[in-house]
Write a new protein. Structure first.
Length: 322
C-alpha cells in the first residue's frame, strides 16, 4: 500500500487508546481516550468511524498497534492484559473492522510497531536493522530487518524483557528467573527496591513509603538517598547487560529507547547504558543507543509504517537520516 496516504491508525494501550489519521509524514489529528478492555472491538470501530468522518478523503486502510500477545497473521489479540489485572483473549480486531467497513486491516504488537515507526520515521532511517526497546510497566522490544519485523515461530521474538540478566536472581517475570523486566521496568524497580530494603538495614527515605513507585526511587536518588543511588547504579548495569544481549542476538545498526521510564529519565538511562555497554557486547564498535525522537506517538508512527510499505531511501546505510 505504498500509495496510501490516508489511513486510520490506532494504538491500544492498557490504560489509553490513541488514534488519528496516518499520512506519508506520520500520524495527525490524534485523539485519546481511556481504554475499555471489555469492549475493545466496539471502541475500535467507533474510532475508525470518527477518523473517517473527519478525513479529507477516502480511507485506504486501518492499522492497529496494541499491547499484548498478537497473532498478526489473523489480526487477533491473542491475549490482552487489562489495567485492572484481568485478561481478554482472542479479540478479533481485523475481522470486525473488515466486516464493518470493508477496509484492509493490520494488527501489530505495540513494540514491533514502535520499531517499524523508528525504522521509517525516526532514528532508524538510514539503517538496515533497527531495534527499539520500550521501558514501561514491563520491558519489550521490536527488531526490524530491511523493513520487516522479526517475529519468530510463534511471534515471541524480541521478548527481551525476559532476557535473564541475573541468573541467580530471586525476582522473576512470566516464570523467567532473573528477567530483565523483573528488575528494571516500571513494575520491576519498586520490587527490586523492596528486596534491597528487606536485605539490609541502611536508612532510606523509601522505608517511609507505604507503596514504592519507580518515580519514588528516582526522586529519592536525586535527594541523595544512598539506597536509591545504589539501586539505580545496579539497574544501569543491568540495562547495559540487557541491551548488550540484544545487540549480540540481533546485531542492529542502532538501538532506540522509549517508554515512560526511559522518556522521563532520559539522561540517566542513556548515560548508564553507554557507560557499561562495552562490557556486554561482542562488537568492538557497538551501535549507537539513542532516545526515540517520536515520543508517545511512536506506536502510531509504527502503525502508519505498517501500511505504507517499503521505506523511501534518503540516506546511505549506517548514517541516520534527517
Amino acid at each position: 500500500m505504498s500509495s496510501a496516504t490516508n489511513l486510520v491508525v490506532v494504538d491500544i494501550g492498557s490504560t489509553r487508546l490513541r488514534y488519528g489519521r496516518g499520512t506519508e509524514r506520520g500520524p495527525v489529528a490524534v485523539r485519546a481516550e481511556p481504554t475499555r478492555a471489555d469492549a475493545l472491538t466496539e471502541q475500535l470501530l467507533v474510532a475508525v468511524e470518527d477518523v473517517r468522518a473527519r478525513s479529507p478523503g477516502p480511507i485506504q486502510g486501518v492499522s492497529v498497534s496494541t499491547t499484548g500477545l498478537v497473532d498478526a497473521e489473523r489480526g487477533v489479540i491473542a491475549e490482552f492484559d487489562a489495567n485492572d489485572g484481568t485478561r481478554r483473549y482472542d479479540v478479533r480486531l481485523a475481522e470486525a473492522v473488515e466486516d464493518a467497513f470493508g477496509l484492509p486491516t493490520a494488527v501489530q504488537n505495540d513494540c514491533t510497531a514502535a520499531a517499524l515507526g523508528e525504522y521509517r520515521f525516526g532514528e532508524g532511517r538510514g539503517y538496515d536493522s533497527v531495534a527499539h526497546v520500550t521501558f514501561g510497566t514491563g520491558i519489550g522490544a521490536g527488531v526490524v530487518e530491511d523493513g520487516r519485523p522479526i517475529r519468530g515461530e510463534r511471534g515471541y521474538a524480541a521478548e527481551v524483557g525476559l532476557f535473564s540478566i541475573r541468573a541467580d536472581g530471586e525476582l522473576s517475570s512470566t516464570g523467567v528467573r532473573g528477567a530483565w523486566e523483573a528488575y528494571c521496568s516500571g513494575r520491576g524497580i519498586p520490587n527490586f527496591a523492596r528486596q534491597l530494603l528487606a536485605e539490609g538495614g541502611e536508612a532510606s527515605s523509601l522505608r517511609e513509603l507505604d507503596e514504592i513507585t519507580a518515580p519514588d526511587v528516582f526522586a529519592a536518588a536525586d535527594d541523595g538517598d544512598n539506597v536509591a543511588e545504589m539501586l539505580l547504579d545496579r539497574i544501569a548495569r543491568y540495562n547495559a547487560a540487557g541491551v548488550g544481549t540484544l545487540v549480540n542476538a540481533y546485531d542492529p545498526g542502532v538501538v532506540t529507547l522509549g517508554g515512560s521510564v526511559a522518556l522521563e529519565n532520559a539522561e540517566w538511562m542513556l548515560s548508564g547504558i553507554r557507560e557499561h555497554l562495552d562490557d556486554y557486547v561482542l562488537a568492538a564498535d557497538p551501535p549507537p543507543v539513542e532516545l526515540t525522537t517520536l515520543g508517545e506517538d511512536i506506536e502510531l508512527y509504527g502503525a502508519t509504517a505498517e501500511l505504507l510499505g517499503p521505506r523511501p531511501e534518503t540516506s546511505s546505510v549506517g548514517q541516520a537520516g534527517d
